[in-house]
Write a protein that binds this ligand. Structure first.
Ligand code: CU
Ligand code: ZN
Length: 194
């Protein structure tokens, strides 16, 4: 009895299948999609910065950047910080050659805003490079992921490629001009395409 039921089922299934095939044969054939080879190189969507410490700090680490929709995801793997919050910014010049990192210039500010908070919805009350504070744990480590609007890895006026990422000694108060009073620059890295 069981076998009979199974056989019936298989027959029904097969005929259903055959019918399906017949239908699709009668329908319009799917159009052939042709892929045109493109000569344009694909713009980088990922970047990284290797941090180097200032003479007075032992900070080291790496920061990864990746295009995330209309935003950029920033992932930090940093150690050697003083525990607590540290001003964290993208600066406008990708040059960490001076001992105090003054060569990196001011905050990346393509929108001509004032210094502010990462959470500010008003583009004029924030530099595009204002990333708020990076929080170091009691061991001095900061492994964080933040999503930042108004930046791109791809080329354009808001591209972070060729800029510098800087971690300061102290907390960014998110309101003092022009840089949140976050003290000396403890670590600097040039943002390079991956
Ligand atoms: Cu800064
Ligand atoms: Zn700023």
């Amino acid at each position: 009895m069981k076998n009979l039921i199974l056989a019936t089922f298989v027959t029904v299934a097969l005929s259903a299948c055959a019918q399906f095939h017949k239908k699709s044969e009668n329908g319009t054939a799917p159009s052939q999609t042709t892929t045109t080879p493109t000569a344009t190189p694909v713009a980088a969507t990922k970047a990284q910065a290797v941090l180097k410490p200032s003479i007075n700090s032992k900070v080291k680490g790496i920061v990864h950047f990746s295009e995330d929709g209309d935003a950029v995801k920033i992932e930090t793997m940093v150690e050697g910080l003083k525990p607590g919050p540290h001003g964290f910014h993208i600066h406008e010049v990708g040059d960490c050659s001076k001992a105090d990192f003054s060569s990196a210039g001011g905050h990346f500010n393509p929108g001509h805003g004032s210094h502010g908070s990462l959470d500010s919805k008003d583009a004029k009350k924030r530099h595009a490079g204002d990333l708020g504070n990076l929080m170091a744990d009691t061991k001095g480590k900061a492994n964080a992921i933040i999503i930042v609007d108004g930046l791109t890895v791809k080329p354009g006026p808001h591209s972070i490629l060729g800029k510098a990422i800087i971690i300061h000694n102290d907390k960014d108060d998110l309101k003092s001009q022009p840089a949140g009073n976050s003290g000396p620059r403890a670590a600097c890295g040039v943002i390079e395409a991956l």
